[in-house]
Design a protein around this ligand. Sequence first.
Ligand SMILES: O=C(O)CCC(=O)C(=O)O
Ligand SMILES: [Fe+2]
Length: 311
Amino acid sequence: MPSRFIPPSAPQVQDFDCKNVDPSTIVQALITTGGVLLRNFIPNKKILSEIEKDVRPHINADTPWKGDFFPPETRRVYGLAGKSSTFMHHIVANSIYQSVCDKLLSSTHRCYIGDKIEESLSPPQLCNTLVLSIGPGARDQELHRDDMIHHNALPEISAEDYAIGRDTGIGLFVAGKPVTRANGATRFIPGSHLWDTMRPSSGDESAVYAEMEPGDAFIMLSSCYHGGSANNTSNEERLLYSCFMTKGYLRQEENQYLAVPQEAVKNFPLGMQRLIGYNVSKPFLGWVDLDDPRKALYGSEWKGSNGADLL
Ligand SMILES: O=C(O)CCC(=O)C(=O)O
Ligand SMILES: [Fe+2]
């Protein structure tokens, strides 16, 4: 008998095909389960190979990490906004993912300025970008909740009581190659996003493995217990493309302003620049010279709003 508490009815992990799913269905499934599988997230294999071509030299140049959060067989690439516009357009900016993030991470705040109520909208922003290549022999990564970065201390609730705003981030993991339980699929504990932060994961017995074909994706709330798993194969690389989005008024995990050359940001369309963090979270958060932070990209060419659009 396991000594720890296992919920009598762990929620069933749902599996959708991107061809015929609408974002509200995914949001509902995330609220009940904490993670969902999305098949055919990138159906075009040419896109996948373009991303791999962009990142492979960086994977090859990486060396084992000194810390123990990742097993030493892991090679990583970060700062994807400066390294692969295909990654940015087809993974980060995917319309289904962005729509799910808009619904769960947008924030509206109302406050008085004098006797007038101001309502300000803060849309989500990119939190980090990461490619993981995890080789044979890698051990299990410890189960953890990625919302620790924002000190997100949560009480235990039921899915019916889930309120938008509880989660500070949403993760996306896209398979670059087949991801199987044997080669180390991300495992997660369905329902654990509803747990109190101080409730330990207590091991893997109720974990579900997010197995994927290349181009499939796994979306997960940041408060859900998860971890990469052991790669027990002799010759398979587990190749995963990942990013997280977070609320517009929180600090980004990966410092986009330092990790991404400004020239690369300038080459993106406005919407992507805003996603990367060149945006004002209203009211008044993130300005440069009390103006849109894109002013810092364009210098004297800048013809902005001169502070008219901060509230
Ligand atoms: O390796 C994985 O599948 C998950 C990695 C992870 O959880 C993390 O980077 O925070
Ligand atoms: Fe994680």
